[in-house]
Ligand binder design. Structure first.
Ligand code: A3P
Length: 280
């Protein structure tokens, strides 16, 4: 059970991220044209990846998360000759400094943490790489304490929010993508400096709909090199419901109050965070 998890810099990681790799990451050699897909787990990383891969069409390689695997990962990534799209769940402080020095473009996707918690709860339950969870109530306590993989949602978000005005980082809301995907895709392509037509945008949106992505995954065989999540090689676990507001089916009024108290305390100074939690 606990053998599935180890801590690095105080943050829980699964054994799929080796301590040696984590230690070596700060010396990682970034390239100016690398693109980072940053998220706290269960915020819509796969969705974002699907869109970016279509904006770029071939020629680029979507890697598995930089913190995933053992020390051989570094060489593997170094050896890629094409442009790299690199997902990561690392918080800002742990991001290899070379990405910061080279001002690589990064997307940070945020989702209402209540829905993120619910999504992560189901993920824990279905994923043999993660510890067993007795109930939603128990999981929620762990989530609020930051005692889950990748640590505290609050700390993760705050570490990145400090950089919300950096010109090389674009913040995206899962909820905005649900509301008006073409608008978000357009914004992403402008940020990347890639020209795409309205009909291409339309096609990208169709191909990255929840139904389309879920049915594709059911057709294909599970390929460990295909996942952008460091916590599983089983892509089928990713596409559960894809909805906004599923938290309402899980939180009791008391749990909601507890969540909001914690949220208000931790997010006192955060403008971005208030938008997410009170509008969804
Ligand atoms: P749910 O568990 O609420 O369904 P990540 O990719 O960061 O692991 O996030 C997974 C969550 O994003 C899951 O949430 C999944 O269903 C949702 N998701 C994946 N693809 C999606 C899409 N095309 N549209 C909407 N939600 C999507």
């Amino acid at each position: 059970q606990t053998a599935l998890i180890h801590r690095f810099n105080g943050i829980p990681f699964t054994t799929r991220s080796s301590p040696d790799l984590l230690k070596s990451l700060d010396a990682f050699d970034a390239r100016e044209d690398d693109i980072l897909l940053v998220s706290y787990p269960k915020s819509g990383t796969h969705w974002l990846a699907q869109i970016i891969m279509q904006i770029y069409t071939p020629k680029v390689t979507l890697t598995s998360p930089i913190e995933f695997g053992d020390i051989s990962r570094v060489e593997e990534l170094n050896n890629l000759s094409s442009k790299r799209i690199i997902p990561t769940h690392l918080d800002y402080n742990m991001l290899p400094s070379n990405f910061k020095v080279k001002q690589c473009k990064a997307f940070y996707i945020i989702r209402n943490p209540k829905d993120t918690a619910v999504s992560m709860y189901h993920y824990y339950r279905d994923n043999p790489n993660l510890p067993t969870i007795d109930s939603w109530t128990v999981f929620l306590e762990l989530f609020l304490r930051g005692d889950v993989v990748c640590g505290s949602w609050f700390d993760h978000f705050l570490s990145w929010e400090e950089h919300k005005n950096d010109r090389n980082i674009l913040f995206l809301f899962y909820e905005d993508m649900k509301k008006d995907l073409p608008k978000v895709v357009k914004k992403m392509s402008v940020f990347l400096g890639v020209n795409i037509s309205d009909s291409e945008i339309k096609e990208i949106c169709e191909k990255s709909s929840f139904t389309e992505m879920k049915s594709n995954v059911e057709k294909e065989n599970s390929d460990p090199n295909h996942t952008v999540c460091a916590l599983t090689s089983n892509r089928k676990l990713i596409f559960r419901k894809g909805a906004v507001g599923d938290w309402k089916n899980h939180f009791t009024p008391k749990e909601n109050k507890m969540f909001e108290e914690m949220f208000n305390k931790k997010m006192k100074l955060s403008e971005l965070a208030k938008q997410i939690i009170y509008e969804c």
